[in-house]
Ligand binder design. Structure first.
Ligand code: IPM
Ligand code: MG
Length: 352
């Protein structure tokens, strides 16, 4: 029986995950598919419970599972902890690295009924449909870091091996082959040596994918182009930190960061989580938007279990509910019917 490790984590993670699990269970029941769901503590919740953001039992549970569904981690209570203990680094980065989830896939699509939600002009957004592939286990996030005193200084080293670059670029080319065969590789090759190696390898690989039109763009220009004319992009591939920043930016092209789902793949396993954080300011108030998590659950069915029809059912249900006018606070305009996290989950279940 396929196993799903469920890690709600902190803040709104505790509210959005139950909604995604309800949706998954409903879809799986109708497909006559038997799955096992097992909850594990992670992040600040795990610190409070057992004193560690990523307990061994959680890591082991995730290793043994076919897929991991993660909410969010972090909160002000744990901000003072050193990097090696903080929820974001110890738990989230620990899971990514520990299970080798190197390929992070973040689809950005403008659902027509959300056109008015974004702060950007409707004609710029209408028809946006792209996927950002972010390298997730290398670069400056995982490089050597340190401090010295008197005078104070700090450093974070950015390193990439050929193998790390190649496998994420392959993911980019393969994704492009399945879509419009356009791949934009984003780097900072005018300044960074890691980017120069990145670009070199991208050009080498391009020879193996003659059908794919490869372009290169500097990350600062990419940020501007994403806002100026996002429809020029189809598949973007980029390194870890550039991908972190650009996907938050790109989330506004899909209406709200509360809509941005993500899949992190290792080649054998997948972890699925919304791209947003734990939002401590609205946690525990039934205000959070569960749709990014519900859409991440759809990605799980697609990428981990090959259940394309069921993934589409969930995605269609999300579109339908938005067409019907249901909005959580982050999506609401004046005059909209604003619903809570649970009610949004109810609406999705009804739409299924
Ligand atoms: C993301 C998040 C994380 C990241 C944080 C919480 C460490 O912003 O998944 O985009 O920077 O990768
Ligand atoms: Mg981020």
């Amino acid at each position: 029986m396929p196993k799903i490790a469920v890690l709600p984590g902190d803040g709104i993670g505790q509210e959005i995950i139950p909604q995604a699990v309800r949706v998954l269970k409903a879809v799986l029941a109708e497909a006559d598919a038997d799955f096992e769901f097992q909850d594990y503590p992670v992040g600040g919740a795990a610190i409070e419970l057992v004193g560690k953001a990523l307990p061994e039992e959680t890591l082991q549970g995730c290793r043994e599972a076919d897929a991991v569904l993660l909410g969010a981690v972090g909160g002000h209570q744990w901000d003072h902890l050193p990097a090696s203990e903080r929820p974001e680094t110890a738990a989230l980065l620990g899971l990514r690295k520990g299970l080798n989830f190197y390929a992070n896939i973040r689809p950005v699509r403008m659902i027509p009924s959300l056109l008015a939600t974004s702060t950007l002009k409707e004609d710029v957004l209408d028809g946006v449909d792209m996927v950002v592939i972010r390298e997730l286990t290398g670069g400056v996030y995982f490089g050597e870091k340190g401090r010295s005193e008197n005078p104070r200084s700090a450093y974070d080293k950015m390193t990439y091996s050929e193998e790390e670059i190649r496998r994420i670029l392959v993911q980019g080319f393969e994704t492009a082959m399945l879509r419009s065969k356009k791949l934009c590789s984003v780097d900072k090759a005018n300044v960074l040596e890691t980017s120069r190696l990145w670009r070199e390898i991208a050009n080498e690989l391009a020879k193996e994918y003659p059908d794919v039109e490869l372009t290169h763009m500097y990350v600062d220009n990419a940020a501007m182009q994403l806002v100026r004319n996002p429809k020029q992009f189809d598949v973007i591939v980029t390194e870890n930190m550039f991908g972190d920043i650009l996907t938050d930016l790109a989330s506004m092209l899909g209406g709200s960061i509360g809509m941005l789902s993500s899949a992190s793949l290792s080649g054998t396993q997948g972890m699925y989580e919304p791209a947003h954080g734990s939002a401590p300011d609205i946690a525990g108030k039934n205000l959070a938007n569960p749709l990014a998590t519900i859409l991440s659950a759809a990605l799980m069915l697609r990428y981990s279990f090959g259940m394309e029809a069921e993934a589409l059912r969930i995605e269609k249900a999300v579109e339908k509910v938005l067409e019907q006018g249901y909005r959580t606070g982050d999506l609401a305009q004046a005059g909209d019917k604003v619903v809570g996290t649970i009610e949004m989950g109810d609406a999705i279940l009804a739409a299924l």
